[in-house]
Design a protein around this ligand. Sequence first.
Ligand code: G4P
Length: 530
Amino acid sequence: MSDTKSEIQRRRTFAIISHPDAGKTTLTEKLLLYGGAIQTAGSVKGKATARHAVSDWMELEKQRGISITSSVMQFEYEGYCINILDTPGHQDFSEDTYRTLMAADSAVMVIDAAKGIEPQTRKLFKICAMRHIPIFTFINKLDREARSPYELMEELENEFGIGTYPMNWPIGCGQEFKGVYDREKGAILAFSEFHRGQSRIRAIECRPDETEKLDELIGPKLRQTLADDIELLDGAGYDFDLGLVREGSLSPVFFGSALNNFGVEPFLESFLKMTMPPLPRRSGEETVDPFDEGFSAFVFKIQANMNKAHRDRIAFMRICSGKFERDKEYYHVQGGKALRLAQPQQLMAQERAVIDEAYAGDIIGVFDPGIFSIGDTICEKGKNLCFEGIPTFAPEHFASVERVDTMKRKQFEKGILQIAQEGAIQIFHEPNTGVEEVIVGVVGVLQFEVLEYRLKTEYGVDIRRRAMPFELLRWVENEDLDIRSLNLTSDTKWVQDFKGNDLLLFTSPWCVNWALQKNEGLRLREFNRD
Ligand code: G4P
């Protein structure tokens, strides 16, 4: 195997998704500790930055020049080169969070054992399911009181419509949490006591028939419960099918406690065995093989610089095939131009380093003087590739926006259009009304603040913002349909995006159902691929 091929073979690129507070940062940190990428717990970004107030956030962005949230963390573990994509939550939740999932080959879904599925998990899961990427579930915080593992698995199956397969099974929870039963090994991994905060904890391995030893480790009551559970799982559960895991219809489930580093290493090892090297991507009718020597990549995120002194932006690219070399000439398909990427960067936790080479599966950040758009393809010259575009996802918060100073029409229009093109916000207008107001839609409310701040500092425009009561946006799929002829609830609004697509704004799921039921043949979509 060539060097490039073996480098690609050992890459694993995945995103960790969760609702805030389920333990994503803690799990990421433990994984990085295994890889030796960080030395002490508590050094992963996010903790300090994720919970500050809005004004702080702006200040921070200014000081750092650029946001380091939604970056990628790379580390080595037992011969694998692992890229973890961060999916920002809290106030940083935005359409970027969704786009980041377009760059991943699989996802790890962290769930709080006491809470089960929460709203943000639901939203992120949907995007992963749309791409049919493998989804691994880590049910966290078993050291606290937890819901029944059976109930949690049932919830996943019923709500998400996927199969689940428990790779291990918890023994007790809360104060009584004694470890897990590893189903593949047929062994109990017990811990005699917790060593909070330590990076590595040795599990005590024991077979289910070692009664005396088990009584000492987990006690007779839990031993009996476990024996019943094992019988039930082996008798009634699904068979494990790696093929189904890889096509995203069966989720392997792991129980553990990230904070106590309980079950993290077995999870990582099992995960690495089940996941695959970078997946092929589609370019028109063609499938691009990641092991192809020729470099190709697509832009999945553009990070505007919040610092006025540095107006440049960073474009994040996912490498889809071959090897990337610094300073080599590549071709930007949408721009129709050759280019050299002189300062490619890789982001590792809090540090950024200029890199000389990278491989399929890796993510690089390059300075963007304003030439890239989300979804753009970059490849070897002469290779006529164009990767499938990144869909636009329906925003969930809407506001009507107008400029305070009527004289500043040009700056306002230029600014708002540019910010929309970067993908931070989506803009709409009401057709045929002559109203100059712009309707802005965002996935995370913080983007409204970003818009206000950027229009003021970069374009010198103050805006007035009025919240709108809509919650759902749907693209109308039917062509040649007279929207005015539709039977809709009175609070449904017809709008168009700046490409002229027709959309409907709804105040509740009930109104969406009304539209679908009262208008036969109407087709509505939650995302758009134009
Ligand atoms: P997030 O990135 O998904 O938002 O979650 P994060 O890892 O920041 O974890 C949220 C809180 O849950 C943190 O507590 C963290 O210590 C705790 N936590 C994570 N994993 C476990 C676990 O396995 N067991 C228990 N009991 N707690 C866990 P915090 O008090 O909000 O923050 P901190 O003061 O500990 O940093």
